[in-house]
Design a protein around this ligand. Structure first.
Ligand code: FAD
Length: 439
């Protein structure tokens, strides 16, 4: 019996799933599948990782739902090429359906899997699912990727039609008639068998945020001290436990500011796909040789939230304890690391990558390079935000600071590790020298 495999990656849901809907309409019985990819997992710095626990629980949920619907769900711990090499030996695979993934590693991996399947007489079919517009769909008039967000978002909004946000009928099609049971399916690996320890972090339910929050979002998003100041749906968008189309529909109906933030998400995905080298290198060649100070003790103090700047410290401590940090604190922490301490943005990018539950390469690199002033789209390199003014503006009552830095205001709290005016001038002189040397 010929089957179709549906390979879940960043789309851990059965509803409104583009690739899954296509698989279920292929005419072949479908077997959903997940691979705990050792090419990714072996690089994690700790075997206690809340993201792995989150993925594991979601995969098990999908597996239970598949079994209840009358199908088999496969899961493997291994390297995708090896897993598929085995699967095409074991089963008659007509095709593997999946959703596109735009990260540099994923595009190379998918090309290799497509090659392997082709040799076995099958094909890899990938669908756009995690963004509304991808790759070359929004280009500037000259046919190049837009590097100004305003121009991109204008073109994005002009291109948007109702059908771009319409849900795919994957859940409706997810029935015994379109699935199949494999008699000799290998048991799914457990966390313990993969040598991971369970680490749970609290995340909101994978459902739309309350309407009231969304209506008020533009007033609250920059106030990290408020409960529910932003949607907190980033982790669900990262793993696809919520459909971006669903959230976009709500934002489009209720709050243009939220829609705008979601367009930033598409924008950074598009940029990383066009410029994959920016994952590890500044986009702007003039700023690849900034003589960063890279002081390891200062980096440690930043990581631990001991800089003496309370908004930065509150953000870093929240990150360390929960895996989340509000956008305003991310901005303050990133700006402080790169400009005040003159530490390479890639150190901060890596630290966030290890800690953030919602870590997404495109969003992280895009935002870090924005803050450093080195990106395809970036704040001017000479902009140096004052962490104190930011704190006064966005957390004037210290509600956020006190939540995470209880010793703030006592003699136990450290003095600022560097004075703002001095650091600002030093950063501008350092960046200017690098900038001018390359001009
Ligand atoms: C240095 C730095 C690193 C960041 N790293 C990440 C990351 O790894 N993963 C990540 O998802 N976001 C990242 N962001 C963007 C942003 O901070 C988070 O998306 C947001 O804080 C998540 O909380 P939320 O879901 O409540 O956001 P909301 O304010 O409710 O926004 C809704 C959604 O819009 C998108 N969004 C909001 N702000 C941005 C933004 N600045 N850039 C791109 N998309 C945005 C997100 O998908 C978010 O979930 C980073 C920002 C900075 C400054």
């Amino acid at each position: 019996m010929k089957i179709v495999l549906f390979w879940h990656r960043r789309d851990l849901r059965q509803h409104d799933n583009a690739g899954l809907a296509a698989a279920l309409q292929s005419g072949y019985p479908v077997v959903p599948l997940f691979i705990y990819d050792r090419e990714i997992l072996d690089l994690l710095p700790s075997r206690r990782d809340a993201r792995v626990t989150f993925i594991y629980d979601e995969v098990e949920r999908l597996a239970r739902q598949t079994e209840q619907a009358g199908g088999t769900f496969l899961a493997f711990y291994g390297k995708p090429l090896e897993v598929f090499a085995q699967l095409v030996q074991q089963y008659e695979v007509a095709a593997v359906y999946t959703n596109e993934d735009y990260e540099p590693y994923a595009t190379v991996r998918d090309a290799a899997v497509a090659g392997l399947l082709h040799q076995a007489g099958a094909e890899l079919r990938a669908y756009k699912d995690q963004v509304i517009f991808a790759k070359n769909e929004i280009l500037s008039k000259s046919g190049t990727p837009p590097k100004v967000f305003g121009a991109y978002s204008k073109a994005w909004l002009a291109a948007l039609r109702d059908e771009h946000l319409a849900p795919y009928p994957s859940r409706e099609l997810f029935t015994a008639a379109n699935l199949t049971q494999l008699p000799k399916a290998a048991p799914r690996p457990t966390l313990e068998q993969m040598n991971f320890e369970r680490l749970e972090q609290e995340v909101p339910a994978a459902e739309l945020p309350a309407e009231e929050l969304v209506r008020n979002y533009h007033n609250t998003r920059d106030k990290p001290g408020l409960v529910n100041s932003s949607t907190r749906r980033s982790v669900h968008l990262r793993f696809g436990t919520l459909s971006v189309r669903e959230l976009m529909r709500q934002a489009r109906a209720l709050n243009p500011k939220l829609l705008n933030e979601l367009i930033w998400r598409d924008f950074f995905m598009m940029l990383l796909w066009h410029f994959p080298y920016t994952a590890t290198e500044s986009y702007d060649p003039r700023l690849r040789q900034v003589p960063y100070r890279n002081n390891e003790d200062e980096f440690k103090a930043w990581c631990e939230g001991r800089t003496g700047y309370p908004l930065v410290d509150a953000g870093m401590r929240e990150l360390n304890q929960t895996g989340y940090m509000p956008n305003r604190a991310r901005i303050a922490a990133a700006g402080f690391l790169v400009k005040h301490l003159l530490i390479d943005w890639r150190w901060g990018d890596r630290y966030f990558a290890d800690k953030l539950l919602d870590y997404d390469m495109a969003q992280n690199v895009g935002n870090w390079q924005w803050m450093a002033g080195t990106g395809a789209v970036a704040a001017p390199w000479f902009r140096v935000y004052s962490p104190q003014s930011q704190q006064e503006q966005y957390d004037p009552t210290f509600a956020y600071v006190w939540q995470w830095v209880p010793e703030f205001g006592t003699c136990e709290y450290p003095k600022p590790m560097v004075e703002h005016k001095f650091a600002r001038e030093r950063a501008i002189a350092t960046f200017r020298a690098a900038y001018q040397a390359k001009e």
